[in-house]
Design a protein around this ligand. Sequence first.
Ligand code: GDP
Length: 456
Amino acid sequence: MVLQELGDKLTGALRRLQTTTVVNDDVLNDLLQDVCRALVESDVNIKVVATLRKGIKEKVNLADAPAGLNRRKMVQRAVMEELVRLVDSGTKPYQMKKGKSNVIMFVGLQGSGKTTTIAKYANYYQRKGWKTCMVCADTFRAGAFDQLKQNATKLRVPFYGSYTEADPVRIAEEGVQQFRSEGYEVIIVDTSGRHKQEEALFEEMKEIQAAVRPDNVVYVMDATQGQAVFDQAQGFHQAATVGSVIVTKLDGHAKGGGALSAVAATGAPIIFLGSGEHFDDLDVFNPGSFISRLLGLGDMRGFLEEVSSLGAREGGKERQEAMAQRLVKGQFTLRDMYEQFENVMKLGPLSKVMGMLPGFPSFLMGGGEGGRGGQDEAATGRLKRFLTMMDSMTDAELDGKVDLNKSESRVNRIARGSGAHPMEVQFLLKTYAQFSQMFKKMGPMMLKGGEGGIQR
Ligand code: GDP
């Protein structure tokens, strides 16, 4: 989770609100003080924090609140809404179109993490079944093509570039043309960076832009500079009509809040966050979901959207929508759990997905040697074992038409059929009970966009 420290402080402040007996102006002022202090400590601009404070105060009028109104909820909702506004640019980012060539041009200063981010971005789309490729039009930095080539080879993504051609515009044009004619859906163009914003960089960007006519220009920006990025982001936004921003190096960086709110203030939407050096360390960014996760509420909506976008299976999207409808009504069957486990494994490393599901039983994670990779492997193994047991269940059992907790013979039959011990089946049922409880409690609330409360 990025911005863990800020998240902990905000959650702490809101939790204190839960424990007070009366919600009055003093309590509200204390809460505002805690929230504002946490934001300033995360390097959010002091004026921006003052606006947020004002926005909350305007929304919450405790003196005139009608009797019977849940004041605690009113305060929580106002805080949540204003936090979302803080990181929301108010602009919709480009939507990738399936079955068409989407040309995505990457720009940014040297060292911002552009090349690494391109690899993560390619990995993200390729994993979801998009035909993805890369073009290296960075002829400025020695070794840029080699770095891109190495990443592309690791990811098994086709690439285009040249060791001899010095004209980046020509390479970009030829590469994009070739991949377009071959029907590639996500064509990523890497461009040169410079150490600082300068005319030559902006000129080159404009020429490449004119030559390849990108559908989206993505600006990659380093979060470690905090709110100082505002001028930079604005400069790029104006020079290259930047369509979206990816903020990198947010992992464990205390100034991240400053960077995110500064970018949002330029009006360019943030689409992803870089949270580490591995190809998987890329988190989809959506203001509402981000704040929800920051406050430890998980992101059921984002999770379901991610899962539906996999499109890996026939009718997958429709099934997810049907499940979302059932969740709103508080229904969750063993078959739903089966499908979620299958999807979770397709989404990428389990440790990433967990942040979206706050109630995901922690015993499913953990264990396994070798750090996060080992843990992911151990957890995947556990999920696979669950799937095998559920494969031995009948339709009626999966659809919740019989109560397995009341039938030892059914449990024994499932165990025999899947080569498991009956205790393992019991453990699966216990996990299901936990999941089901979490979905029933959180599902409807989260699907409505986190409305209604911060309560845990
Ligand atoms: P470029 O010059 O903009 O292409 O930057 P690179 O992609 O070569 O990245 C510069 C350095 O930042 C490398 O050491 C990367 O591993 C590192 N880096 C990139 N993104 C992230 C991130 O999200 N988190 C962390 N911790 N490091 C990153």
